[in-house]
Design a protein around this ligand. Structure first.
Ligand code: SAM
Length: 228
């Protein structure tokens, strides 16, 4: 059983601390704040400017917070979303049940959505919102998962930091994601390390630094060029 603890971040939302790696799943300055800034605002909304049907891939499902925020955004903007996530160490349901995202977001439906995210079977798509939001998750490491060619408009790259999981921040992984992304697709991550940006560039992404979420100066946006 995964040994994890809940803690409250500075915006009041919960995150998870994983003592075996000595890391937390989100910034201590605010889990919801960070996810909104890095993944929803810099990634999803950017692609949503030009597409109303979006295919999203998440590296590291964790709490399901990014799914929840994406679902909320899709409902508010009337977008259709197909969402796929990988996870190797699912959270115990007693921890999931305590997550305070529905309260912090003041979103009555959020409790049902979180339960569905975590109780849905591995490898079988489920509807989180009728005709509008298809969610699927697989319990396969990113290194080994099959990703379809040219599929994803948005990639949330939410692995543990490069010094904790160096095997996930390699050119080989970024190249795999580049191939899995649709032309014009965007990948965002909270890391702004020079080595990360150089590796993303080396496999063909156009890379920008953006202002980071609270507590972090910068983050990274990588785009796959649109087809000519
Ligand atoms: C920084 S946390 C992100 C959590 C999540 N995005 C959230 O908002 O709660 C990284 C997540 O990646 C998962 N993970 C670690 N190694 C992985 C791998 N090789 N393949 C897939 N998931 C992995 C961890 O179990 C953890 O849930």
């Amino acid at each position: 059983m995964l040994d994890v603890q809940l803690f409250e971040t500075q915006d009041g939302s919960h995150s998870i601390c994983a003592p075996q790696w000595d890391v937390s799943y989100h910034s201590r300055y605010g889990a919801i704040c960070e996810s909104m800034h890095v993944f929803i605002e810099a990634g999803l909304r950017l692609r949503g400017l030009v597409k109303r049907e979006l295919s999203v891939f998440e590296m590291g499902l964790g709490t399901g917070l990014n799914v929840l925020l994406t679902w909320r955004e899709a409902c508010a903007r009337n977008w259709k979303v197909r969402y796929a996530a990988v996870e190797v160490n699912p959270l115990p349901m007693d921890i999931v049940a305590q997550l305070n995202y529905p309260i912090i977001l003041n979103e009555p439906q959020a409790h049902r959505i979180i339960q569905r995210i975590h109780q849905s079977p591995w490898g079988a798509p489920v509807l989180l919102e009728k005709d509008q939001f298809v969610f699927s998750k697989v319990r396969v490491p990113l290194e080994h998962v099959y990703l379809p060619e040219g599929e994803y408009d948005v990639v949330y790259f939410d692995a543990f930091a490069p010094d904790v999981q160096p095997e996930l921040w390699t050119e080989a992984i970024f190249e795999k994601l580049w191939h899995a992304m649709a032309p014009g697709g965007v990948l965002t991550t909270y890391s702004a390390k020079g080595i990360v940006r150089r590796r993303l560039r080396a496999v063909g992404f156009e890379v920008e630094k953006l202002p980071g979420p609270p507590g972090k100066r910068e983050m990274t946006l990588a785009r796959k060029a649109s087809a000519i």
